[in-house]
Design a protein around this ligand. Structure first.
Ligand code: PMP
Length: 429
C-alpha cells in the first residue's frame, strides 16, 4: 500500500508522523555512527584492480622506440594516445596525453585563455571587462570554484535528462559577448547522471555566440564509467562543432583517475589540431614532457581499447551493487511521501537527491550531528548557493557496501525528519 503524501495529511497525522521521526532520529544518533558519503572516490577494492601497474612497465621504450625515461614527447606517447583516441571518438592528432589530472589541464587551459587568448580570440580574456561562463546546475563543484578563483562570473542553466537546457544556453550566448564559455559533463554528469544527447550536442556545437572565441569545456570524466550493460555513447562534439563551422569551440577532457588510480592515472585533452598546437605551445613553456613511464605502463596494462572496456566491467561489478542499494533504501523509505526525488544513474559516480525546498541544509546538518558526512548543501551550485536549498549529492562508491546501506538508512531518516519539521512547522531554525 502506498503511503499518503505528507502534503495531504491532517495536522494530527503530521504531528504523530513528526514525533515518530524525532524518535527514529534520536535512535540513529544513539548509534554514534561515523560514515562518509561526500566524495566520488574509487573504493580500495577498485584501486586493487590496477595493482599490476606496480609491476609495469616491462622495459622502457615505447612503440616508436623512444626511451620513456628521458625528457620529451610533450603530447604523450603514441600508443596510449591511439588507444584513448578510439575510446573518446577523436583522431590521435587531436589528443594529448598528459599528467595525472584532467582538472589541472582544465585550469591550464583557462589560464592560457585568460593570459594569452585562444586561437580565435581578439584579445586575452583577462583584457575583457568581464568574463562569464554558463554553468549547468546541479554541476561539479570544482568547476565552479575554479572559475570563482579567477573572478569569472557564472550564470546557471538547468541540467536536464538530455543535457544542459540548450535553448536557455543559446539565448544567453547569442546576445552577451562576455559569455566566453560553458561547462559540460556530457556523459553520466556529476552529479545528475545525465547524458548529453546527439541533438543537444549538435545545438550547442552550432549555436551562434556573441563572443567569437566561445569555448565548451567538455569534461568527459565519466565517458567509460557505465553502471549497466546499456552503455551510453558520448556525442562526438569535435566533429559536430567542426561540421557546424566552429572547430575550435570544444575542448574535451578525460582521465583514467577512475579507471586505474585516482592519484596516479593519465589525463587527456582533445580538441582541434590548432587548439592542440596552441595548448602544447603554452604547456611547453613550463614542461619538457609528461611522465611517459606512467603512460607506457598504462598502455601495457590495458593492451588495447577493448582492454579498457573490459577493465570498466570489473569496476561496474564492484560499484553497481552500491548504487542499487542507494536506490533500494531511498525507494523503501521515501517513495510516495512527496518529499524527495532522486536520480537513477546508469553510469558515473553520483546520485543527485532533491529534498523539499528549503530543507537540504537541514538534512545535511542533521546527518552531520548523527555522524554521517554528506557533501555540503549547495555544493553543486556556483558560490555554493542552491537557490531552492533542495539538492544533495550522494557519492556511494568509496564506502564498503554495508556502510552504504547504513549511511543511506541514516540519510532517509534525516530527510524524513526535516520534512516532518517543515510540514508540522516544528522547526524554526
Ligand atoms: N571532472 C569531473 C566531472 C569530476 O567529477 C572529476 C573528479 N571528481 C574530475 C573532473 C577530476 O578529474 P581528474 O582526476 O582527472 O583531475
Amino acid at each position: 500500500s502506498q503511503p499518503t503524501p505528507l502534503a495531504e495529511r491532517s495536522p494530527d497525522d503530521l504531528a504523530s508522523f513528526a514525533a515518530e521521526q524525532r524518535e527514529a532520529y534520536a535512535a540513529l544518533k544513539e548509534r554514534g555512527l561515523k560514515l562518509d558519503l561526500t566524495r566520488g572516490k574509487p573504493a580500495s577494492e577498485q584501486l586493487d584492480l590496477s595493482n599490476d601497474l606496480l609491476t609495469l612497465p616491462r622495459g622502457f621504450t615505447d612503440a616508436s622506440g623512444t626511451d620513456t625515461r628521458n625528457y620529451g614527447g610533450l603530447d604523450g606517447i603514441k600508443e596510449l594516445r591511439e588507444m584513448f583516441a578510439e575510446l573518446l571518438w577523436v583522431e590521435p592528432e587531436q589528443l594529448v596525453a598528459g599528467g595525472n589530472s584532467s582538472l589541472t589541464m582544465m585550469k591550464d587551459t583557462l589560464v592560457d585563455l585568460l593570459l594569452h587568448g585562444g586561437v580565435d580570440s581578439p584579445r586575452p580574456w583577462s583584457q575583457e571587462e568581464k568574463v562569464t561562463f554558463v554553468c549547468p546546475v546541479p554541476g561539479y563543484d570544482r568547476h565552479f570554484t575554479l572559475l570563482e578563483s579567477f573572478g569569472i562570473e557564472m550564470v546557471t542553466v538547468p541540467m536536464n535528462d538530455d543535457g544542459p537546457d540548450a535553448e536557455a544556453v543559446a539565448a544567453l550566448v547569442a546576445t552577451d559577448p562576455s559569455i566566453k564559455g560553458m561547462w559540460i559533463v556530457p556523459t553520466y554528469a556529476n552529479p545528475s547522471g545525465s547524458v548529453v544527447t546527439q541533438e543537444v550536442a549538435a545545438r550547442l556545437a552550432s549555436m551562434e555566440t556573441a563572443a567569437p572565441d566561445f569555448k565548451i569545456f567538455w569534461d568527459n570524466a565519466y565517458a567509460l564509467h557505465h553502471l549497466t550493460r546499456d552503455e551510453a555513447k558520448s556525442a562526438d562534439i569535435l566533429s559536430l562543432a567542426a561540421a557546424a563551422g566552429h572547430p575550435h569551440r570544444p575542448i574535451m577532457f578525460a582521465s583514467t583517475s577512475k579507471i586505474t588510480w585516482a592519484g596516479a592515472g593519465v589525463a587527456f585533452l582533445a580538441a582541434s589540431v590548432e587548439n592542440v598546437k596552441w595548448y602544447l605551445g603554452h604547456l611547453g613553456k613550463g614542461s619538457i614532457g609528461p611522465d611517459k613511464v606512467n603512460q607506457l605502463r598504462h598502455a601495457q596494462f590495458f593492451g588495447s581499447a577493448q582492454g579498457v572496456r573490459d577493465h570498466m566491467v570489473r569496476h561496474r561489478e564492484i560499484i553497481a551493487p552500491k548504487f542499487a542499494e542507494v536506490e533500494r533504501v531511498l525507494t523503501e523509505r521515501l517513495d510516495g511521501l512527496g518529499i524527495a526525488t532522486w536520480t537513477r544513474p546508469t553510469g558515473g559516480y553520483f546520485v543527485s537527491l532533491d529534498v523539499l525546498d528549503g530543507t537540504a541544509s537541514r538534512v545535511v546538518q542533521l546527518a552531520k550531528e548523527a555522524g554521517i558526512a554528506l557533501t555540503p548543501a549547495g555544493s553543486s551550485f556556483p558560490l555554493g548557493d542552491d537557490p531552492r536549498d533542495r539538492n544533495i549529492r550522494l557519492a556511494p562508491t568509496f564506502p564498503p557496501l554495508g556502510q552504504v546501506t547504513e549511511a543511506m538508512e541514516a540519510v532517509a531518516t534525516c530527510v524524513l525528519l526535516a520534512a516532518a519539521e517543515q510540514a508540522s512547522g516544528a522547526h524554526r531554525a
